[in-house]
Design a protein around this ligand. Structure first.
Ligand code: NGQ
Ligand code: ZN
Length: 453
């Protein structure tokens, strides 16, 4: 992409908002960023902001969006949803995974996300037998990332047990399971599989304290030099089971035994005491929040108010992909706090500060840390050319300026405000639509026809 030059009416740079922003792209990065300049023949666009990291996704679940909203025989919950999700996942082969992931990744780009942390655990074939290549399914995730252009932080999942204390996995979990040696081979193979992407990152992901023993967790956490992601305290039953097993709550248990720091991302640290909240905030780890999925699954409300007051870092993820929209995750995060606390502008950093803008900046830097890439609060020379252009013509953005653009994107316009997206300098979304959407959709429809036949 050498030679591409873009011009924006306004842009959020690392030094703040600027007018007349000209960006020269080389090798996927911002080689030069000038402000207060005329377009001078460069392509003209609206309001440029950095693309947001999506720190937690299970791409395959995109294909069951809307299919788990029928009431079952008694007490629908996260756990009854999980049974349906397992059943859906059982039929997905490599071709279906690639097709579904490509649609999910294209939609992430269309809605403002430019890098995804794919927490990937469908490793073995439909019968639970390992493929000849342990990274067969991981390679399909990589192929979907390549086809769409999204940045990939691949998080191969280690899964070995069905509950605390090393309980044997259930038959429905057969596709996920490794021993630590097999997992080591998977991570090696996954590193090879993502190499063609150029700027992919590979981390490690012990699934949850339910799925690993302490020794396994130590072995897995020691394996990588990248991010470590884990599901932690999403459900009240999970906290109760952990207490019954160990006498400690999940976050407490983890912080007591492991050197949880900047490399760690604790996904759905929903249920914490005030003390756990404070300790997690001070650890330097990132809380991985997935507000839309957490609402859909009835998880509970993360104590974001206290956590941010203690200096905690966070990012957002689309997780189950029942909806894919960066603005919507930030909006839902704030709205859950408003509903719980009966207050407004809960997560703004202070008086006079914009809630949408503060959430955006927080999720930008926290998300980057969680996905193992450098973080900045705006577009900057040397940074990746991962750029989202909001439409200056969208009526919800009319008459706005500065942080009001972010507030109006997050709380009013939502995803429809995203006009163009560049990822590593490639113009992947044009006029709100991924450039390969037609082919990706056709392949997705064929996969869905097979899955639902
Ligand atoms: C997952 N999803 O791995 O897809 C999980 C459900 C579990 C969320 N936690 C399975 N949202 O946690 O056991
Ligand atoms: Zn998850």
């Amino acid at each position: 992409m050498a030679g591409t030059t873009l011009w924006f009416e306004h842009g959020l740079t690392a030094a703040g908002w600027a007018r007349g922003v000209r960006i020269s792209v080389a090798d996927g990065r911002i080689a030069r960023l000038e402000t207060g300049v005329e377009a001078d023949g460069a392509e003209r666009h609206g309001i440029a902001v950095p693309g947001l990291p999506n720190l937690h996704s299970h791409a395959f679940q995109r294909a069951m969006a809307g299919l788990t909203e029928v009431r079952g025989p008694a007490g629908d919950s996260f756990w009854t949803w999980r049974e349906l999700m397992y059943r859906f996942g059982e039929r997905l082969g490599p071709e279906e995974l690639e097709a579904v992931a490509a649609l999910a990744f294209a939609e992430m780009l269309e809605r403002g996300f430019t890098r995804v942390g794919e927490f990937h655990y469908l490793h073995h074939d439909e019968g639970g037998r390992p493929f000849a290549d342990p990274a067969e399914m991981s390679a399909r995730i990589a192929a979907a990332a390549q086809a769409t252009g999204i940045g990939l932080t691949l998080l191969p999942v280690f899964y070995a047990h069905s509950g605390f204390g090393g309980a044997a996995p259930t038959p429905a979990q057969a596709r996920f399971v490794h021993d630590p040696d097999g997992y080591g081979r998977l991570v090696e193979a996954a590193r090879l599989a993502v190499r063609p992407l150029g700027d992919a990152v590979v981390g490690v992901a012990p699934h949850s304290l339910r799925a690993v023993t302490e020794d396994e967790l130590r072995a897995v956490a020691d394996l990588g030099d990248g991010p470590v992601h884990i599901h932690i305290a999403e459900q009240v039953r999970e906290v109760d089971d952990c207490l019954a097993w160990s006498g400690a709550r999940p976050v407490e248990w983890l912080l007591d035994r492991f050197g949880v720091g900047e490399a760690w991302c604790l996904v759905h640290a929903t249920h914490m005491t005030a003390e756990e909240t404070r300790r997690l905030a001070r650890s330097g780890a990132v809380a991985g929040l997935c507000p839309v999925t957490e609402a859909n699954l009835g998880d509970g409300i993360f104590p974001a108010d206290a956590y941010l007051a203690d200096g905690g870092r966070f990012g957002v993820g689309s997780d189950s992909n029942v909806r894919i929209d960066a603005a919507e995750e930030l909006r839902m995060l704030e709205y859950s706090q408003r509903l719980g606390l009966k207050a407004r502008n809960v997560l703004a950093r202070g008086e006079g500060s914009s809630t949408g803008a503060d959430l955006f900046r927080g999720a930008l830097t926290g998300g980057a840390r969680a996905l193992g890439v450098p973080a900045a609060e705006g577009l900057a020379e040397g940074g990746p050319a991962d750029i989202v252009a909001l439409s200056a013509d969208h009526p919800d953005l009319a008459g706005r300026s500065g942080d009001q653009w972010l507030d109006s994107w997050v709380f009013a316009a939502g995803g429809a405000a995203v006009a163009d997206v560049w990822r590593a300098g490639e113009h992947v979304v044009q006029g709100g639509r991924h450039r390969a959407r037609d082919g990706i959709e056709a392949r997705y429809r064929q996969a869905l026809a097979r899955l639902t036949a």
